[in-house]
Write a protein that binds this ligand. Structure first.
Ligand code: IPM
Ligand code: MN
Length: 350
C-alpha cells in the first residue's frame, strides 16, 4: 500500500485538506485507491507550542513514503518566512531535493478567466519551475541592519546540474504531453549574463529532442504574452524566482488562487503536492475558502502515484463541476461553503 504524509498546516490549510480526504475516500470506494495516511502537525501552532519547525528526522520518514500533501503554511504571529523556509523550503531544497515545481495553468471554464475573449482552448499550458536554486538559496544577509547604511545581499545561484535537470524534465514533459510539442524557455539572459547558462543548456539538451519545437521569451515579454496570447504556450521552463512570479500570473488568468495547484517533484521519489494559495488567515475557520486548488493538487498527486484512471476521473469531475453552472464564482465572497464545492465535485465523480 502507498503511504502519504499529510500536513494540513496553518490558516485555511486544515479546511481544504478535509475536502481532499473526502475525495480520496470516495476514490477508495470507486477506484480502489487506498493510502496509509500519516498526519504531521507542522505549522505555526506547533511551532509556537513546541519551538519545533520540521525536524530532520521527519525528512527521513518522508523518504520512505510515496507522496506528501500539504495544505498551507504561514501565520501572522510568526515572523514572515520562518515557517515557509523551514517547512516548504525544507522539503523543496533539503534532502528530498524536489527540484521540479510543476504548475499546470489550465482554464476550466470561460467565466473563470479575466481576459477578454479567452476560452479554455486558449489557456492550457504546463510550467516547469526550477525549485531548488536561484535567489531562494539563502546565501547573503545584512550588513548594518536597521541603519541608514544597511546593505542587503541575496546571491542568485544557478548550477549546470540544476538547470539541466529542469530543462530535461521539461523536454520530456513536452514530448509526453504530445500536444503542440513546443517548449518555451523563459529567462532574462539579456540583462543577467549568468543566465546564459539557461540559454546554452536549453539549446544543447534540445539537440536530443528534435521533435520538440524550441521557443524563447524574456521574462518581461513572457508576462505580456501570457496576457495577450496565452495560446502560444504549451510547456514552459524557467528559474525559481521568475517561475514563482509568472505562475501566479498564470493562476490569475485561469481562475486565480482558488484553483491553482503545484507539484514539487523529484521524479521517481517522494514528492509533495500543494495548492498555490497561502494560509489566508483572515478566511480561516469560516468555511468559505474554495478547496478546488487542493483537489487539483490531489489530482496531480494521484497522477504522480500512478493512479492514472482515478486522476483522469477527478480531472473530469473538476471540469464538469466548474462548467455545470452550479459554481458561479470561486471567490471567498461567492456565498458557497468550502464543503459545498466538494459536494458538487463528488456529484460528478461518477
Ligand atoms: C509558492 C510560494 C512559495 C514560493 C513561498 C511560500 C515561499 O509562493 O509556492 O509559490 O515563493 O515558492
Ligand atoms: Mn508563489
Amino acid at each position: 500500500m502507498q503511504t502519504i504524509a499529510v500536513i494540513p498546516g496553518d490558516g485555511v490549510g486544515p479546511e481544504v485538506i478535509d475536502e481532499a480526504h473526502r475525495v480520496i475516500r470516495r476514490l477508495g470506494e470507486t477506484d480502489g485507491v487506498q493510502f496509509d495516511i500519516v498526519n504531521y502537525p507542522f505549522g505555526a501552532e506547533h511551532y509556537l507550542k513546541t519551538g519545533e519547525l520540521m525536524p530532520p528526522s521527519v525528512i527521513g520518514e518522508f523518504k520512505n513514503m510515496d507522496a506528501i500533501l500539504l495544505g498551507a503554511i504561514g501565520d501572522p504571529r510568526v515572523e514572515t518566512g520562518i515557517l515557509e523556509r523551514a517547512i516548504i523550503g525544507g522539503m523543496r531544497w533539503g534532502e528530498l531535493d524536489l527540484y521540479i515545481n510543476l504548475r499546470p495553468i489550465k482554464l476550466y471554464a470561460d467565466y473563470l478567466c479575466p481576459l477578454k475573449d479567452k476560452k479554455p482552448e486558449h489557456i492550457d499550458m504546463l510550467f516547469v519551475r526550477e525549485n531548488t536554486e536561484d535567489l531562494y538559496i539563502g546565501i547573503g544577509g545584512h550588513f548594518k541592519k536597521g541603519t541608514k547604511d544597511e546593505v542587503a545581499i541575496a546571491q542568485m545561484m544557478m548550477t549546470r546540474k540544476g538547470v539541466e535537470r529542469a530543462v530535461r524534465y521539461a523536454y520530456e514533459l513536452a514530448r509526453k504531453r504530445n500536444k503542440r510539442k513546443k517548449l518555451t524557455l523563459i529567462d532574462k539572459a539579456n540583462a543577467i549574463g549568468a543566465m546564459s547558462l539557461w540559454t546554452r543548456t536549453f539549446e544543447e539538451v534540445g539537440q536530443e529532442y528534435p521533435d520538440i519545437e524550441r521557443d524563447h521569451a524574456y521574462i518581461d515579454a513572457a508576462c505580456m504574452w501570457m496576457v495577450k496570447n496565452p495560446e502560444w504556450f504549451d510547456v514552459a521552463v524557467t528559474g525559481n524566482m521568475m517561475g514563482d512570479i509568472i505562475t501566479d500570473l498564470g493562476a490569475a488568468i485561469s481562475g486565480g488562487l482558488g484553483i491553482a495547484a503545484s507539484g514539487n517533484i523529484h521524479p521517481g521519489k517522494v514528492s509533495m503536492f500543494e495548492p498555490i494559495h497561502g494560509s489566508a488567515p483572515k478566511h480561516a475557520g469560516k468555511g468559505v475558502i474554495c478547496p478546488l486548488a487542493t483537489l487539483s493538487a490531489t489530482q496531480m498527486m494521484l497522477d504522480f502515484l500512478g493512479h492514472d484512471k482515478a486522476a483522469a476521473r477527478l480531472d473530469t469531475a473538476l471540469t464538469r463541476a466548474l462548467t455545470s453552472g452550479e459554481i458561479k464564482s470561486i471567490s471567498t465572497s461567492s456565498g458557497m461553503k468550502t464543503s459545498g464545492y466538494t459536494d458538487i465535485v463528488l456529484k460528478y465523480l461518477t
